[in-house]
Design a protein around this ligand. Structure first.
Ligand SMILES: Cc1cc2nc3c(=O)[nH]c(=O)nc-3n(C[C@H](O)[C@H](O)[C@H](O)COP(=O)(O)OP(=O)(O)OC[C@H]3O[C@@H](n4cnc5c(N)ncnc54)[C@H](O)[C@@H]3O)c2cc1C
Length: 398
């Protein structure tokens, strides 16, 4: 419920920020009509805290009206076309898992796109499973801004009531989802590694206690059930070209006064090595077993010959064998290359969680009982310092 208290001074600040034109000034007091979606934009802007939203006890709420699975569509700059962004791959991964969840619920899967212009993404989103594309098109959505994007998402959620909403655990998703969750008084499970449906609820699984256990989380009393998922964790479904998501246009009014942070200048830095580890198709990774920085260099040569990127365990990073941007695992990058070659890595759960969805894992370790062999397709029990140079020799001969 939303209330305007007698403290209202009739300053008119709340009227333009309401995305749904739900506030009028009558006799110098803000009056809120039924178009209000409880997005809270007016609460944020009110200089005298005269507007209050009171939320019902979670358990007292009727949740039966919440239906469907939503995926937040993240856009990124396209390297080929500066004028047209492209959809971040994690969005397709979320749609792939979202499709499965929606089918199990017997409900719709929708993509939610906030953008300055309609770039015609309905075919791509449809191919990866979206039935609908909620499209909020507004010049103020030209770049990501926490306040503006959160206000728009909250307004759409309050209007359409999805049962579940998924975001990429990217810089943007990790900023946006918690704000939306706290404004909606709902929960958020960050960095999920598996999602399923259990008794009609979203079962959100993620590593807990330093990765030593997998925690299964349910949100029976709040909606939407919200989760972030790291890139490369969910398997990408085969796209079905020809399926087009139905566009649902959302007329959201956005007042630029909501923007508390302004980007004055942007500098794009390109990765020194070209390909980022998260996007690599081949990764040659080393652990503590590689011993020294000098010895680790053999993996760099092997990776170069294979056209790959070098990865490292946290122990290798802590020893200074490679810098942190190359770390694979729970507190590093999650990767899913076609080929993951591991040398002198034991296979601690915190490492495995970041690379287990690689297509083919080849592990070299001198300990036959090393846990890495449990996820490897090919295991070589032997000395990494002998095997890596032999591989290099063989590749050079080719
Ligand atoms: C909260 C938390 C987050 C973490 N996040 C991460 C993370 O993101 N990524 C990560 O990797 N770890 C992470 N860890 C650390 C993790 O628990 C392990 O300590 C780490 O992965 C071990 O790295 P390692 O396998 O290189 O070293 P070790 O466990 O010491 O294993 C070295 C392996 O090398 C083998 N070996 C030694 N010499 C040779 C040789 N000559 N030839 C072949 N094999 C050899 C040994 O048999 C052994 O199996 C995290 C831990 C915590 C608590």
């Amino acid at each position: 419920m939303i209330n305007v208290s007698p403290k209202c001074i009739g300053c008119n600040k709340c009227v333009p920020v309401c995305p749904f034109a739900a506030i009028q000034l009558i006799d110098k007091k803000a009056v809120i009509n039924e178009a209000c979606t409880l997005c809270g934009a007016c609460v944020q802007i009110c200089p005298v805290s005269a507007i209050e939203i009171t939320r019902e006890e979670a358990s007292a709420r009727d949740l039966s009206g919440y239906k469907g699975v939503w995926v937040f569509v993240e856009l990124m700059e396209s390297p080929d076309d500066a004028k047209r962004p492209r959809i971040k791959p994690v969005t397709f991964e979320l749609l792939s898992v979202g499709r499965r969840l929606a089918d199990e619920l017997g409900e719709e899967l929708s993509a939610v796109l906030l953008t300055d212009k309609n770039y015609g993404f309905e075919k791509e989103l449809g191919a990866y499973g979206a039935d609908k594309m909620y499209l909020a098109e507004n010049p103020e959505l030209y770049e990501y801004n926490t306040d503006i994007f959160a206000t728009a998402i909250i307004a759409l959620v309050n209007k359409h009531k999805p049962a579940a909403m998924l975001y990429g655990a990217t810089i943007m998703g990790r900023d946006l989802a918690p704000r939306v969750a706290s404004c909606l008084y709902t929960g958020l499970t960050a960095d999920c590694t598996a999602l399923a449906i259990k008794d009609g609820l979203l079962l959100q699984s993620r590593p807990a206690f330093g990765g030593n256990i997998m925690a299964d989380i349910l949100s029976p009393n709040s909606r939407p059930q919200m989760a972030t998922v790291r890139p490369n964790v969910m398997k990408l479904a085969e796209p079905i070209y020809g399926k087009v998501a139905m566009t649902v246009r959302e007329d959201i009014k956005i007042d630029k006064n909501l923007r508390r942070v302004k980007v004055l200048e942007r500098h794009l830095t390109r990765d020194k090595g070209g390909v980022k580890i998260e996007d690599a198709k081949i990764i040659v990774s080393g652990g503590r077993g590689m011993k020294t920085k000098e010895k680790f260099k053999v993996l760099e040569e092997l990776s170069r010959l294979l056209g790959g990127v070098v990865g490292a365990s946290r122990a290798a990073v802590d020893l200074g064998l490679k810098d942190k941007s190359h770390q694979v695992g729970q507190s590093g990058a999650t990767v899913s290359p076609k080929l993951y070659l591991s040398f002198g890595i034991s296979g601690a759960v915190q490492h495995i969680v970041g690379m287990k969805s690689s297509d083919v894992i080849v592990a070299v370790n001198k300990d036959p009982n090393a846990p890495i062999f449990g996820v490897a397709k090919y295991g070589v029990v032997g000395d990494a310092h002998e095997i890596a140079p032999k591989l290099i020799e063989a590749l050079k001969k080719k």
